[in-house]
Design a protein around this ligand. Structure first.
Ligand code: EPS
Length: 393
């Protein structure tokens, strides 16, 4: 168990979501506006269903924050589901109306969703409880936990940003300059260019018209990390493993690569690695970043670059063949109000999860009960590893 951890509870159409974050140092400023903003960013993007127009993600902090700063105690956050009253009769934890339960029951698993394996695993013939918890609604909780992690690492000068690179086969410009990362970060579609936003929206509209759904790819970047975060000494200490695991755990993600990942498999070694030199300030530097900022399961001081691929949403208005769980007869998959594309939201969740993994690694490596302690230990480490290049130059 790491020193930083979070747990969640809640269903997509239940009363709301509960998040408990434990292990944050005391004294971290937590501006409510910032948490709200991260949740808002996750709700944006073209191609989300009607639900995102309804949800307000009403957020309440229950503990662990006092007068705008963390206290060192577990930080409890709830996010209310806006439609709870409408769903109460079929989702109440203690006593539901049998008619309402029947009306909301789901017997035809959707290919690509958790429905079938989850129903078999937990013994739910009516798969309603499976899809309620497997729903990507829970990523609102992850965004809240990730926002706290982001605040922590930002206070150490570490910055996490993301951009969408492709939706449904339409590729768009990936950011490279500081201004471009900023533009993509502030764009609801995660694009550098306004014209690319329009192209992605058109592609989503096309899919909408024919009752289909779309996936895509995005990139997440972390700047400001010193070399040596993570470790090579055991498999479960490797930062690349933790990054890939956290991103892969986001609903719909089927592929994660660090740096030039799959392309490197085709390149000769002479063109795959990043030559080392000492820059004018006496720092170890690289002119290329094929490794995506990770070598030997540790950061190497360059920008960490992670790309992920999201499959299309499994809920389709023109459903795929399925089998009824109650009668075992051939049927079509369950249809429900759904999104057409959630790639722009998934990249915000990826920012949250990557922030989480980095914050976890930083806390494991440096520890500290107060933010001041963490900052001191982090900066003395940074001075040590950065000085090394200077000493010998
Ligand atoms: C989701 C289905 C949709 C999405 C939901 C995830 O919800 P509903 O079935 O209520 O229309 O809107 O995402 C969110 C609620 C959210 O906050 O991101 C699913 O089946 O995964």
């Amino acid at each position: 168990m790491g020193t930083l951890r979070f747990l969640t509870s809640g269903e997509s159409h239940g009363r709301g979501l509960v998040t408990v974050v434990e292990g944050l140092p005391a004294g971290l400023p937590v501006p409510a506006e910032r948490l709200k903003r991260e949740l808002e960013r996750r709700r944006q993007g073209y191609g989300r269903g009607g639900r995102m127009k309804i949800e307000k993600d009403q957020l309440t902090i229950w503990g662990g924050v006092w007068n705008g700063k963390t206290t060192g105690a577990p930080c409890g956050i709830t996010i209310e589901n806006s439609e709870w009253e409408a769903w109460r009769s079929s989702m109440d934890p203690q006593s539901c109306d049998p008619e309402a339960v029947k009306e909301k029951s789901i017997y035809c698993p959707r290919p690509g969703h958790a429905d079938l394996p989850g129903g078999l695993k937990y013994g739910h013939e009516n798969m309603r409880p499976v899809l309620e918890r497997a729903s990507a609604r829970i990523t609102a909780s992850w965004a809240a936990a990730g926002a706290l992690a982001k605040l922590l690492i930002e206070s150490l000068g570490i910055q996490v940003r993301s951009a969408v690179t492709n939706i449904g086969g339409v590729s768009v410009k990936a950011p490279s300059t500081e201004e471009e990362w900023e533009a993509a970060s502030n764009s609801s579609m995660g694009c550098v260019l306004q014209s690319d936003e329009e192209r992605l929206k058109e592609r989503i509209e096309e899919a909408m018209k024919v009752g289909d759904s779309l996936g895509g790819t995005f990139v997440v970047s972390v700047k400001g990390l010193p070399p040596g975060i993570g470790s090579y000494v055991e498999w479960d200490r490797r930062l690349d493993g933790k990054i890939a695991g956290a991103l892969m755990a986001i609903p719909g993600i089927k592929g994660v690569e660090i740096g030039e990942g799959f392309r490197l498999a085709n390149a000769p070694g002479s063109q795959a690695h990043d030559g080392i030199f000492i820059d004018e300030k006496g720092m170890f530097k690289r002119r290329t970043n094929h490794a995506g900022g990770i070598e030997g399961g540790m950061t190497n001081g360059e920008e960490v670059v992670v790309r992920a691929a999201m499959k299309p949403i499994p809920t389709l208005t023109k459903p795929l063949p399925s089998v009824r769980m109650d009668t075992m007869k051939a049927s079509f998959a369950h249809r429900e109000r759904s999104d057409v594309c959630a790639v722009p939201s998934a990249r915000i969740v990826a920012e949250a999860m990557l922030s989480w993994v980095i914050a976890e690694a930083v806390m494991e490596q440096f520890g500290g009960d107060t933010l001041e302690e963490v900052k001191e230990r982090f900066s003395s480490y940074v001075n040590r590893v950065r000085r090394r290049g200077n000493e010998k130059a």
